[in-house]
Design a protein around this ligand. Structure first.
Ligand code: SF4
Length: 180
C-alpha cells in the first residue's frame, strides 16, 4: 500500500516547532515507517511535490508576501493542512509587531536600533518580499488541524503524525495541550 506523504515548511517563526518535531527522537523511525516524509526545511527537498502530498505542515505566522506564497502553495498541494505551533495558530510572538505596525518596526530595527550607525537604511529592493501585518495561517488559507504550543510538545506532535498517517484527524485537547 502507498504510504501517505507529508511535507512541511516554515514561515515567520523561530524553527522551534521543527526542533520539537525532532524531539520525538527515535520515534521518527516509526513515523517514516508510516509515511513518506517529503519536502521539509530540514531535508534536501524544500518544496512540496507538485503532484501534491497528503499532509502539509506549516510552522510560523504570515509576516510578508513571500510567506503568503509559501502558505498558498502548501494549501494547494496538500489534502490536510496542519498549523503547527502558536505562531501558525495565532500569530504568536511575531504578531507582537502588529502593536507598532510595519513602518515603526522597520524604523526601529534598521534606523533607530542602538547597534545601527548613521548609515542605517531600511531595505527597499523591489525583489524583497513586502512586509505585512502578521497573521495566523488560517487568516490566509483554510487550516484543517491546529496544534498550539510554543513549541507544541514532542509527544503531541508524534501523536498527531501517527493519527494523520493512519487517515485520522488528530484531536488536540486535554493532555495534548501543553503550554510552554
Ligand atoms: S510557536 Fe514558538 S517555537 Fe514555534 S515557531 Fe513560533 S516562537 Fe518558535
Amino acid at each position: 500500500m502507498t504510504k501517505p506523504t507529508v511535507a512541511s515548511d516554515w514561515l515567520c517563526g523561530c524553527a522551534g516547532c521543527h526542533m520539537s518535531l525532532l524531539d520525538i527522537d527515535e520515534r521518527i523511525l516509526q513515523v517514516v515507517d508510516l509515511v513518506d516524509l517529503r519536502a521539509t526545511p530540514i531535508t534536501d527537498l524544500k518544496e512540496p511535490d507538485e503532484k501534491g502530498v497528503t499532509v502539509g505542515i506549516l510552522e510560523g505566522g504570515i509576516n510578508n508576501t513571500y510567506n503568503e506564497e509559501v502558505a498558498k502553495r502548501m494549501r494547494e498541494r496538500c489534502k490536510i493542512l496542519v498549523a503547527l505551533g502558536d505562531c501558525a495558530v495565532f500569530g504568536g510572538v511575531p504578531a507582537m509587531r502588529n502593536f507598532v505596525g510595519v513602518e515603526s518596526a522597520l524604523q526601529r530595527a534598521y534606523i533607530d536600533a542602538e547597534s545601527v550607525d548613521a548609515e542605517g537604511l531600511i531595505p527597499a529592493d523591489p525583489e524583497l518580499a513586502e512586509m505585512t501585518r502578521v497573521r495566523a495561517v488560517s487568516e490566509v488559507v483554510p487550516v484543517d488541524v491546529f496544534i498550539p504550543g510554543c513549541p507544541p510538545d514532542a509527544d503531541t506532535i508524534f501523536y498527531a503524525l501517527v493519527e494523520l498517517a493512519q487517515g485520522r484527524i488528530p484531536e488536540i485537547k486535554n493532555d495534548k495541550l501543553h503550554w510552554h
